[in-house]
Design a protein around this ligand. Structure first.
Ligand SMILES: C[C@@H](C(=O)O)C(=O)SCCNC(=O)CCNC(=O)[C@H](O)C(C)(C)COP(=O)(O)OP(=O)(O)OC[C@H]1O[C@@H](n2cnc3c(N)ncnc32)[C@H](O)[C@@H]1OP(=O)(O)O
Ligand SMILES: [Co+2]
Length: 134
């Protein structure tokens, strides 16, 4: 069901510092910051030849990444995103197998303009999984 790796997301306490580090120290191509009010984060995309890295900073204390950053003040890998062809079919198959779909269970439009869903980290070896329909 899952296809290519779409992105790995890293929660960071300071987006400017993290973005500068990826550009100046690691020599990567980074996007301008993009506010995502529907997701409670500001995102910088790091474009790599074979995938993307999302640097995520919380928009405020109600952000879904706020508790994670409290537990990991220096930041850390927050989620991994796999591509799927049909997000409703993927969701229904996963639910039938007992996986917990987060939120309302209805896909939202993600930062790339495509439908996304999240799966509970406790159901996938402690890794928060995002699915994106491509
Ligand atoms: C823009 C968009 C895009 O790509 O297009 C994005 O990515 S938006 C990216 C931001 N959006 C999201 O992440 C949406 C989905 N996420 C959520 O709904 C939330 O973050 C949850 C995954 C439910 C976690 O929320 P919260 O930390 O408040 O819950 P909690 O404190 O009750 O945590 C429950 C247990 O899960 C663990 N836990 C929490 N977040 C985790 C993570 N990212 N990776 C691995 N484990 C994690 C906690 O340590 C805890 O374990 P213990 O019980 O063992 O202590
Ligand atoms: Co993401």
């Amino acid at each position: 069901m899952i296809g290519r790796l779409n992105h790995v997301a890293i929660a960071v306490p300071d987006l400017t510092v993290a973005s500068d580090m990826y550009r100046d120290t690691l020599g990567a191509q980074v996007s301008p910051p993009q506010r995502e009010p529907d997701h409670g984060v500001t995102v910088v995309f790091v474009e790599l030849p074979n995938t993307k890295i999302e640097l995520l900073e919380p928009l405020d204390e109600t952000s879904p990444i706020a508790a994670f950053l409290e537990r990991n003040p220096a930041g850390g890998i927050h989620h991994i995103c796999y591509e799927v062809e049909d997000i409703y079919a993927a969701r229904d198959q996963l639910k039938a197998k007992g996986a917990r779909v987060l939120g309302t269970g209805e896909p939202k439009i993600g930062a790339h303009g495509k439908p996304i869903l999240f799966l509970h980290p406790k159901d996938f070896n402690g890794t928060l999984v995002e699915l994106e329909q491509v």
